[in-house]
Design a protein around this ligand. Sequence first.
Ligand SMILES: Nc1ncnc2c1ncn2[C@@H]1O[C@H](COP(=O)(O)OP(=O)(O)OP(=O)(O)O)[C@@H](O)[C@H]1O
Length: 535
Amino acid sequence: MANDSSFLFAGIRFDKKFGTDIARFQKKDTDNSLAKIQSVIEDEENKETIEAVSAKKRKRKKTSSAVDGFSVFRSSTSKSNKEVKVDDNEDESIRLKKEQNKQLERDAIFRKNHNIHVSGYNVPSALQSFDELNTRYKCPSYLLRNLAELGFREPTPIQRQAIPVLLQDRECFACAPTGSGKTLAFVCPMLMKLKAHAKGGVRAVIICHSRELSGQTYRECKKLAKGEKFRIKLMTKSLLRNADFSKFSCDVLISTPLRLRLAIKKKKVDLSRVEYLVLDESDKLFEPGLFTQIDSIIKACTNPSIIRSLFSATLPDFVEDRARELMHDAVRVIVGRKNMASETIKQKLVFTGSEEGKLIAIRQSFAESLNPPVLIFVQSKERAKELYGELAFDNIRVDVIHSDLSQDERENAVDNFRAGKTWVLIATDVVARGMDFKGINCVINYDFPDSASAYIHRIGRSGRAGRSGEAITFYTEEDIPFLRNVANLMASSGCEVPSWLTELQKKKWKKHRPNRDSISTKPVVEKENSTKPDL
Ligand SMILES: Nc1ncnc2c1ncn2[C@@H]1O[C@H](COP(=O)(O)OP(=O)(O)OP(=O)(O)O)[C@@H](O)[C@H]1O
């Protein structure tokens, strides 16, 4: 089964470019207004009703004319009961078919208005509102209350479509822009399906690529589950070390791949009863470094009725292939276009000439106007330390996060930045994905990102949940071969890009991490002694 993908989408046409599934509406639709489209449907409905009535009249006329001269008022009772039954059944099935077609049309128009594209057999209608969670799926009141308390009034497009898909026990792989609410899109149906706490091993698993994201997802789950006694666990170092996994039981377990794999191998955690498995940031999880761990987790989840889902803001073809190998009868949900930067972010490219130029540019820009919070990305932990060493004494509340720090230090760095105690956070790609720092005003790519997905995820730390944001990308001579790739991403998300940029030569973007000159301007001895000041 693993390698036979064709049956997964049996009965559907898999349109990678999504052009055809909306084309027929584009033909009719010159004005995007839903009201207008709906009135067209209603007109169509009226027309169909009128046609159906006249057809019935014609039919009746035909029946009566057939008996003309015998009795003009001859009623249908003159037909045998069997004939009447066949007629009624036919009418009923025509009516049902028409109703189904109308619903499909309404669904397609609704999706088009919310920029949702789906592929898959029999995809459930998207949610019109959170109220439908109750009317269609009997959503428990604690969850509706929590949604309201969190201020979530309307579902986001990914939530509108992915929630009903998962609630109808369909596997799903989904791609939606950064900051568009994917976490709720998988946590909400998971809690609804689990219903209440139950004993019996691990019931649901969410895998996140980093400890920071696992912690954040854990907190989001807790917020959504408030008021219901679920056992939600985060696989921390101490849990991994101290738990008796032979008796381990929880409703939702959130973990990084490495920790869960260790728990499977060394502690024999039992995942055979897992009913829901979510791979968040799935393209990252399927990268070579993590794939073996993910593979062993997937294999350990042996429950035949498991529902698996994959979510990310970037969905490369190799992940789609994996998803099709892995999943049964899956629904593919794409919001907007695949692999696109969020449209709410104003993006800029700045030529700095050299490494020195970058430092001058950043100092100048902070001196002119520093509008915190600002997140700065560099390509390695060494460079993060160096830049921190430069900015730490510039009278700016700056901190740094990278993988050499202890877990506590990493958590403190994130918490202080979230709380506004830190204005500028220097980071490696360790926080480029998934992290929800509310209200980041600006992301600076101090070092050019090494791939399209790195660019999309890094800048996606700003402009979240419909807010606006800004992203500035520094480039030097070394980055010019890859400039066009960023320019294309900028253009496709609606930013103005000078034409010379998009006319540059095309170059395949393969992990671009050149050896850059040191950021540090301090002599070596002083550099070694520089410590991190308290915030
Ligand atoms: N329906 C909603 N209405 C308003 N805000 C929402 C809604 N759903 C989620 N949010 C908020 O949107 C923000 C982004 O959500 P989330 O972190 O789930 O995004 P994401 O799509 O997973 O992003 P990324 O791709 O970067 O991981 C969060 O602050 C979350 O609380």
